[in-house]
Design a protein around this ligand. Structure first.
Ligand code: SAH
Length: 268
């Protein structure tokens, strides 16, 4: 006989509460309802909607069945950056494998990472794209890694709510196992992990600094910035490290200004 799977109350509510699912630009309100139902069946409760096309809508509530409480609690925000500003790990789900220069995980690996990070106190987002076009490149740039369900390569695009169900199920299994990925242990226990918004502030300043020192020399900055984003995603920055890096950038910007004015300053 199979052992019955434990009920929801065996999940750590604090850890589960740090996992959010973000739906970006959803076109069919029925998919929003079905995603809410998918989450609730797996003991997850946090849904965030980014600029849904047709919402609130009757159809969403119909498809949510008994999960309308979760829909009612779902904040609606204008941009993905806003939805993940306080997150420490952001995973973008994509129907097309290797579409982006991001590290790519299968759902099981992604769930272990997500639950590991949430267990360590971090806020985690799993991001899903539009039915027609998925996530834009700019949106994927805001993610630390991509997640791809290894479906039939010739027909790899799942229905949005079905993809949410697969990931929610894997997260539940990881939560039931009390998964602790290697990232669960902070490398610097006395430092605070940098939030997404902190790191985005750093990237904005890094972009300005590279312009100021004429790093790109006429090339478009996109490729270098993508590689730099990937590099810093691996570094798992703390707030203190972001402050240090921004201090260095501020000095580089100051020096570039002095050089531009023909001043010698401390460049001499
Ligand atoms: N036509 C779109 C597919 C969108 S499906 C495209 O080619 O990108 C809607 C969303 O469901 C996707 O953005 C993604 O977040 C999720 N999804 C669908 N199939 C998936 C898969 N095989 N792996 C991971 N996510 C998937």
């Amino acid at each position: 006989m199979n052992t019955p799977v434990s009920p929801t109350d065996s999940l750590s509510p604090a850890t589960a509460a740090r996992l959010r699912v973000v739906l970006v630009g959803t076109q069919h309100p029925g998919n929003i309802g079905a995603a809410a139902r998918a989450l609730k069946t797996m003991g997850l409760a946090r849904l965030v909607l980014v600029a849904p096309e047709d919402y609130p809508a009757e159809e969403a509530y119909r498809r949510a069945a008994g999960a309308d409480d979760l829909l009612g609690d779902a904040p609606v925000v204008a941009t993905l950056a806003e939805a993940v500003a306080d997150c420490h790990l952001v995973l973008g789900c994509t129907a097309r494998s290797r579409r982006v220069q991001l590290e790519e995980h299968a759902p099981r690996q992604a769930a272990a990472l997500a639950v590991g990070r949430a267990t360590a106190g971090g806020e985690v987002a799993l991001v899903f794209g539009r039915e027609r076009t998925g996530l834009s490149n700019e949106e994927l740039q805001l993610c630390h890694a991509a997640v791809h369900i290894p479906a039939n390569p010739e027909y790899s695009s799942l229905n949005l709510a079905a993809a949410v169900q697969v990931l929610a199920y894997e997260m539940r299994l990881a939560l039931l196992e009390g998964a602790t990925a290697t990232t669960a242990e902070p490398v610097h226990p006395d430092e605070t992990p940098a939030s997404h918004a902190h790191v985005e502030g750093f990237f904005a300043q890094l972009g300005d600094t590279l312009d100021a020192i004429d790093f790109h020399k006429g090339r478009t900055p996109d490729s270098a910035m993508r590689k730099l984003r990937r590099l810093f995603a691996k570094a798992d920055l703390t707030e203190q490290e972001v402050r240090l890096l921004r201090g260095i950038l501020a000095d580089a910007q100051r020096m570039a200004r002095l050089a531009g004015q023909g001043g010698t300053g401390s460049l001499s």
